[in-house]
Ligand binder design. Structure first.
Ligand SMILES: C[S@@+](CC[C@H](N)C(=O)[O-])C[C@H]1O[C@@H](n2cnc3c(N)ncnc32)[C@H](O)[C@@H]1O
Length: 214
């Protein structure tokens, strides 16, 4: 990627008052695949500094809810439908809290990235671990027929993780948005319509189903 390429998205974000150039990756995906709808309940994992929260809160509107979580503090002030937390999203007590207070979600997104070492194999292994942990989290927190979008640095586990996602969703696509640096191993897996395994007996399930329109 050239300096000018990076510069373009950086300056565009400042002009559009977004907190990060990362917003244009999600914006492109949303424009093409319409993963969020007004009124949706969304979990954003790895949300700091908050540009995805800015975009998604506008789409879901005041009837929706967007929960952002990051290891780092998220200092920006968002509209009331946005709730932000500083935590490791996989920390068991935080997961329990999410389940109690906010789940189930219509859409779960992850732009999580590990602290990078510069050693590509190590960095992709860490990113793949984050992805694998995210897959476990969505099993308990995503609605039947809900959607999942997550960043992953492609490494040796990429294809087996992709197969795992394909087993769990009706429709899966690997996406490399224009705003994603060409040289980066970063890629997004978009998975729509979660085939949530039914619990033994759960009469309330139908109410939680996102429905067939997504
Ligand atoms: C590329 S940034 C996200 C940018 C964000 N999408 C935006 O639009 O502003 C990746 C974030 O993932 C966070 N992260 C990594 N591992 C995490 C974890 N286990 N729990 C919560 N956040 C995590 C990092 O702290 C970092 O802020």
């Amino acid at each position: 990627m050239s300096y000018n390429y990076q510069d373009h998205y950086f300056h565009r974000a400042r002009k559009d008052r977004y907190l990060s150039r990362a917003v244009y990756k999600l914006d492109e995906i949303q424009k093409k695949y319409k993963i969020f709808r007004p009124g949706d309940r969304v979990l954003d994992m790895g949300a700091a500094p908050g540009s995805w929260l800015q975009l998604v809160s506008g789409v879901v509107g005041s009837r929706g809810r967007v929960v952002g979580v990051d290891l780092k503090e998220i200092a920006h002030s968002f509209p009331p439908q946005v709730k932000v937390y500083q935590s490791d999203v996989f920390e068991p007590r935080f997961r329990d809290f999410l389940l109690r207070e906010h789940a189930p979600f219509d859409v779960i997104v992850s732009d999580m990235a590990p602290a990078t070492s510069g050693i590509k194999a190590a960095d992709s292994a860490r990113s793949e671990l984050l992805f694998e942990q995210s897959l476990e989290l969505i099993r308990e927190q995503l609605k039947p027929r809900g959607h999942f979008l997550a960043k992953i640095f492609q490494g040796s586990q990429f294809h087996s993780l992709l197969q795992e996602v394909k087993r769990q969703f009706d429709w899966v696509k690997v996406v490399k948005p224009d705003a994603s640096k060409k040289k980066s191993k970063e890629i997004y897996i978009l998975a729509m319509r979660f085939r949530k395994p039914s619990p033994p007996s759960s009469p309330g399930d139908e109410k939680e189903d996102r429905g067939a329109q997504a």
